[in-house]
Design a protein around this ligand. Sequence first.
Ligand code: UD1
Length: 419
Amino acid sequence: MKDCLIIEGGHPLNGRVRVSGAKNAGLVLLVASTLADGETILDNMPRIRDVEVMVQILNELGVNARWNEDGSLSICPPPAGSMKVKTSYELSKKLRASNLLLGALLGREREAVISLPGGCDIGSRPMDLHIKGIQALGAEVDIEHGFIYARSKTPSGARVYLDFPSVGATENIMMMASRTPGQSVIENAAKEPEIVDLANFLNSMGARIRGAGTDLIKVEGVPELKACRYAIIPDRIEAGTYMVGAAISGGDVQVENVIPTHLHPIVAKLQETGAIVEETDQGVRVRAGRQVLPVDIKTLPYPGFPTDMQSQMMALLSLAEGSSVIVENVFENRFQIVDELKRMGASIQVEGHTAVVRGVKTLFGARVKATDLRAGAGLILGALAARGETTIENAIHIFRGYENIEEKLIQLGARVKTK
Ligand code: UD1
């Protein structure tokens, strides 16, 4: 299996790139499809490793999930009462989002046995808020031998306050609540666009969810949901990655198939670095500025600056004319790109949740390693601007979340190959 990306730096990205469907929306919608009876068809689903693993997990549970010739994905769960409720360790360890089956299975089968999930190694990723939510809705929960055992014989709607607006916990509670009798209320809910997409999708299937996109979500449980056809929103993080790609490589890229409001936090920071960003009829056009200006960044839940764009911005700021401060507030171990960027000549110091990035004149090609998905994306961006050739090992992390990345970069004029 190809697991290295080799990039020759110094070739600016120019032209147009079409953004794929959002990974994080696609994963949760795939799981949420199992709450309905009949065949759901999802359009704009990205064909990436994480989605392929989720399809395998669903197939293992007895769901018929398969790709159609037109690129859409069909999901047809088995008759009510006959879906398996236990996820395997082997597949779950490859995908953190496998934990989303907790809410979907409880909503559908009233029972779920979920292998404690794996995923990106970006810090401890506990499940306490997910568990608090499903318990409030009436689930009994035990954790034994690496599995969460949850059962809800007589679930009923309830109020849940999340101590932190966790994306996954909000999604799990929404899915369970959509088929739980009575009204459920999620306070301090996550507001990410992917949450809104999940609510729109569930409502298209007959759910009654209001307030998604605000911190108060209300769900009236319904007895059944009906399959539908639905198109997933574009991936704002993929879009942001190509936007930074234009800025860091001295290029000019038209990023197409985007929802501009989802990109505002990213656009605001890119403009502060001196990049020229304009909304066009087709999407967003980004042109590199004459120089990269230093900016300070704090990652926060939406609409704050996304943690999933932090590594990419760090790559850009490592070439700024001055020092930038990056504070990571969402995940505790999300500076793993730092040591790899340093191998390319960057000057970065980390103290706890804060990184001080002192801009250097040039990055140099080197052999580096993608430690997680977004760190891998950041390394690609560094490599585009670097002098000489960069080999990124463990590129499998990148293929987990970026559809056709090699082809898209080549189409924009980058010199990239896989090995
Ligand atoms: C999702 C995204 C991921 C993104 C993240 C934050 C998917 C598949 N992944 O991950 O790309 O980086 O949102 O935008 O959608 N936490 C707890 N207890 C819990 C749950 C979470 O303490 O029960 C903490 C986590 O440790 C982390 C923070 O909350 O520090 C945010 O996590 P969360 O929003 O849940 O992220 P994910 O849903 O895992």
